[in-house]
Design a protein around this ligand. Structure first.
Ligand code: AQP
Length: 344
C-alpha cells in the first residue's frame, strides 16, 4: 500500500438531540485531531433521510450540528466544515461503491438490522446502502483516519473492504491511469479513550442515542444546567458503593458508564476517578458529576444557541466549507470515472 497524505474525515447525522455520546465519542476527537491533521467534518444530511425526516426540523438540525462542531472548538477557517448534500460527488461515488460492495457484506451490518427491526421489507433502500455512502464520504477525500464511536466500527471495516475491493478490481486501470498500486487508502478508525460507547442514563446496557424515546436517557448538548442536574441525579445506579478498583465496575454497567463519563469529561482514567470516589456513595459522586457536566457542557450549549440564532452565518460557513470540499471531491471523482472507464 503506497503512502497517502494523512487526512481526517468524520460526520455526524443531523437527526436532532445531539447528545453527550456524540460529543465524547466523536466531536471532542474532532477538536483534538485538528491540531495534528488536515480535517474534514461533515454534517451528513444524506444519511439522515435514510429514515423519515420533517424538512423544517432537518434544516434546523443541520445548522445545529454545524454549530455544535464550532461551539466545541472546531475551527472552520483552518479545516473544512460542510453539509454532505452540497457536494454531489458523495452520492456519485456512493453509486460506484454500491456496485463494488456485495449484498452479503451489507446484510451483515448490525446497525441496519437494529434500525430496520422486524419490518425489514419496509426499510428504505437507502438505510440498507448507508454503509456504501459512508465509505464514499470518507474515500472521496482519500481520508486516512476516521474518529468515530465504537458503534461505527463495523461500517468502518466495510469502508476498508470497499476501498480494497475497488483497488483490486481496477488494479490495472489504476496503474494505467498513473495512480500506482492503489487509488484509495484503507481508512483507519480512531476509536480511542474511555467514552467510545456512552450508555443510556436509564439503562447501562443500551447505547445513549438520539432516537431513544426517553429524553432522560441522554444529556443533550442543548440541555441547560437544571436539566443536566436533574438527569444526572435521576440516572440509574445500583445500591452498592462505588468500587475502588476498575475491576469492580465489571458487572455494574450503570456505575461503569457514569465513571466513564466523569473520566472523559475530566480528561482522566477510570482508575483516577475511582481513586477519588471509590468507597463513597453515588449521591456524592453524582453531585460532582453534575458540577463537571454543567461546567463542560453548558458553555457549549450556550454558544450553539448563539450561533443558531444567526442561520445566515452558519449557512455561510457551510457554503464556504462545501466549496473547499468540492475542490477535492471533483479531483477524486474525475479520477474514479477514468479508472472505471466512463467517458467524460
Ligand atoms: N453513545 C455513544 N457513545 C459514543 N459515541 C457515539 N456516537 C453516537 N452515539 C454514541 C458517535 O457519534 C458520531 C455521530 O453519530 P451519528 O450521528 O452518525 O449517528 P449514530 O451513531 O446513529 O448516533 P445515535 O445517537 O445512536 O443516533 P440514532 O439514535 O439515530 O441511532 C459517530 O461517530 C458515532 O459513533
Amino acid at each position: 500500500m503506497p503512502d497517502f497524505q494523512p487526512r481526517v474525515f468524520s460526520g455526524v447525522q443531523p437527526t436532532g438531540n445531539l447528545h453527550l455520546g456524540n460529543y465524547l465519542g466523536a466531536i471532542t476527537k474532532f477538536v483534538e485531531l485538528q491540531r495534528t491533521h488536515d480535517c474534514i467534518y461533515c454534517v451528513v444530511d444524506l444519511h439522515a433521510i435514510t429514515v423519515a425526516q420533517d424538512p423544517r426540523e432537518l434544516r434546523a438540525s443541520i445548522r445545529e450540528v454545524a454549530a455544535a462542531f464550532i461551539a466545541a472548538g472546531v475551527d472552520p477557517t483552518q479545516h473544512i466544515v460542510f453539509n454532505q448534500s452540497q457536494v454531489a460527488e458523495h452520492a456519485e461515488l456512493a453509486w460506484v461503491f454500491n456496485c463494488v460492495a456485495r449484498m452479503g457484506w451489507l446484510s451483515r451490518m448490525t446497525q441496519f438490522k437494529e434500525k430496520a427491526g422486524k419490518d425489514r421489507e419496509n426499510a428504505s433502500v437507502g438505510l440498507f446502502a448507508y454503509p456504501c455512502l459512508m465509505a464514499a464520504d470518507i474515500l472521496l477525500y482519500r481520508a486516512t483516519h476516521v474518529p468515530v464511536g465504537e458503534d461505527q466500527k463495523q461500517h468502518l471495516e466495510l469502508a476498508r473492504d470497499v476501498a480494497q475491493k475497488f483497488n483490486l478490481d481496477f488494479a490495472e486501470s489504476i496503474a494505467a491511469n498513473g495512480h500506482g498500486e492503489a487509488f484509495f487508502p484503507l481508512p483507519e478508525p480512531l476509536i480511542q479513550g474511555v467514552a467510545t460507547r456512552v450508555m443510556s442514563l436509564r439503562d447501562g446496557t443500551k447505547k445513549m442515542s438520539k432516537s431513544d424515546p426517553s429524553d432522560n436517557s441522554r444529556i443533550n448538548l442543548s440541555d441547560d444546567a437544571d436539566t443536566i442536574a436533574q438527569k444526572v441525579r435521576k440516572a440509574k445506579t445500583d445500591p452498592d458503593a462505588l468500587p475502588s478498583e476498575v475491576e469492580g465496575l465489571g458487572k455494574r454497567p450503570e456505575a461503569d458508564n457514569l465513571v466513564g463519563i466523569f473520566a472523559a469529561l475530566n480528561g482522566q482514567s477510570k482508575a483516577d476517578v475511582l481513586k477519588a470516589f471509590g468507597g463513597g456513595n453515588f449521591s456524592t459522586f453524582k453531585s460532582a458529576l453534575v458540577d463537571l457536566s454543567v461546567a463542560k457542557l453548558v458553555p457549549i450549549g450556550t454558544e450553539m444557541k448563539r450561533l443558531t440564532a444567526d442561520p445566515s452565518h452558519i449557512d455561510g460557513v457551510l457554503a464556504n466549507g462545501a466549496a473547499r470540499a468540492r475542490e477535492i471531491a471533483r479531483v477524486t471523482m474525475a479520477a474514479v470515472k477514468d479508472i472505471v472507464g466512463f467517458v467524460s
